[in-house]
Design a protein around this ligand. Sequence first.
Ligand SMILES: Cc1cc2nc3c(=O)[nH]c(=O)nc-3n(C[C@H](O)[C@H](O)[C@H](O)COP(=O)(O)OP(=O)(O)OC[C@H]3O[C@@H](n4cnc5c(N)ncnc54)[C@H](O)[C@@H]3O)c2cc1C
Length: 517
Amino acid sequence: MSRVRMTSDPVDVLVVGAGPVGLALALDVVAHGGTVRIVERRTDHRRPSRAMMVHPRTLEVLRPLGVVDALLARGDASPAADLHVGRRLVQVELGDLGWRGTAYPHLTMIRQLDVEEVLLAELHARGVEVEWGTGLDPRDGVPVSGTDGVRATVRSSSRAEQVDARFLVGADGTGSTVRQQLGIAWPGRYYAVEVVLADVELCGDVRPGRLQVAVGAEGLVFVFALGEGAPWRILATRPRRAGTPGLGEEPVPTEQLQELLDRAGLDAVVSRVAWSSRIPLQHRLAQRFSAGRVFLVGDAAHSHSPAAAQGMNSGIQDATNLGWKLAHAAAADLGPDSPLVESYQLERRPVARQVLALTDTVFTGEASPALLPRLVRGRLLPLVAPLMPWATSRRPLMSTVLWILSQGWVRYRSSPLSVDRDPGGSGPHPGDRLPETRVVCDGRPTSLHELTAQPGVHVLVSREAAPQPARVARNTMVHRLSSRPGTAVTAVRPDGQVGFRSPTGAGLENWLSLVGK
Ligand SMILES: Cc1cc2nc3c(=O)[nH]c(=O)nc-3n(C[C@H](O)[C@H](O)[C@H](O)COP(=O)(O)OP(=O)(O)OC[C@H]3O[C@@H](n4cnc5c(N)ncnc54)[C@H](O)[C@@H]3O)c2cc1C
């Protein structure tokens, strides 16, 4: 091992791992005034994408970070799908699905690589560069947590360095070194089915630009018009092949890819394979999301099947829950036992448990080799296929599905950061997501999400409320809603969850102190 050099200047947050979640976390920290270093053991940012879909809530939490326009420019916000069920073709439009409580009532098809590149570009614009080819080495043992910081050794091929940080975040994926170093248990299991991914050229019954979903008794096959190096990306499942779980990421022969398409009844021929891989899938939840000044986010904390497209979306929502808290805690000198810092694990671990239950249920339906799911896919769905165009055109149904997938239901009412001085009051409860609503602010028509689309805490003051201190200098913005009569005051956290409400504003200063302002 190379000799360890002492640290340069301490930082507020050391992020380990520059996948989508580590990048979002680093961006959230700097956007809220913290200093950050982000190390990544890969030497280059390019790798085959896994995630292909971003949900509305993820766009909402990323909006204050200034990246949503770039994401939408690279993605497809009005995707269309062809469902192949038995001999029937059902066409579904996934553009506006009718969820009125969001500015983004659609699924967004976008490659994980594009998400990462947009986040990287924004970090670069804010003066933060990822340190490629640099990482935590399991042989170095546990990062040392002191009373006011953490010391960790990061290594590249040429040097080793001790880094002092107020907090360390493991965004280092399912095999997380940070989680292992801390000895945090990782209960769960491998699925009996694995995912096959391939970027291919296809001839046959596939219309360019449309997501193809083929429903067969053996499982669903997705063909995205988002291949890398070839037009189409196949995502299919099959019983796991022999071999050690976790080491199975090798190419898949063309005839096996063709077999997967044939099995699902998709009338298409694989004419060229640009890249392929098979990936073991896990269903696991870390026993803790934090230990002292060290935190786990994203796949390091919870590992899902790809069903319902939750992994990256949930991880980014972890990141935007934690980043501002660590930036505020560093600025206000709050430690790991403060309600602000403790709230991350209290809020996000129960959500991860629910999301795991959701993905497990959907995955059983999509891919389980058990008799009942096979009968449903192979026999029942072809029978009800004629009803699908009707069902998918029902806005209340589709908007509910989108709300569930998007985690619009997430709320933290029992969090130590949720302070209700107006029980029984109208409007969102502390802990709930701030709904998107049209309002008038200082005579200007706008919406709540537009008003809160800047990093920081937002205080919404009703028309007759007493003046509140305009704490702009401390990244706290006060908005007077001329369209909201009365004297109530609501405070919104940087991640778009309501934190505080009061009939008069009394108690606001205490709440601001609680969140490190
Ligand atoms: C087939 C498939 C399809 C999917 N589709 C979707 C989807 O549509 N939508 C969705 O939301 N999710 C999807 N997911 C899940 C999504 O890909 C993951 O949840 C996401 O990549 C997690 O991001 P992350 O940043 O937490 O971890 P990762 O992307 O795994 O990034 C972790 C990073 O940490 C680095 N690292 C590891 N150890 C160290 C170390 N010791 N030091 C420094 N760096 C280290 C790694 O090199 C890596 O770059 C899919 C997953 C699969 C398998």
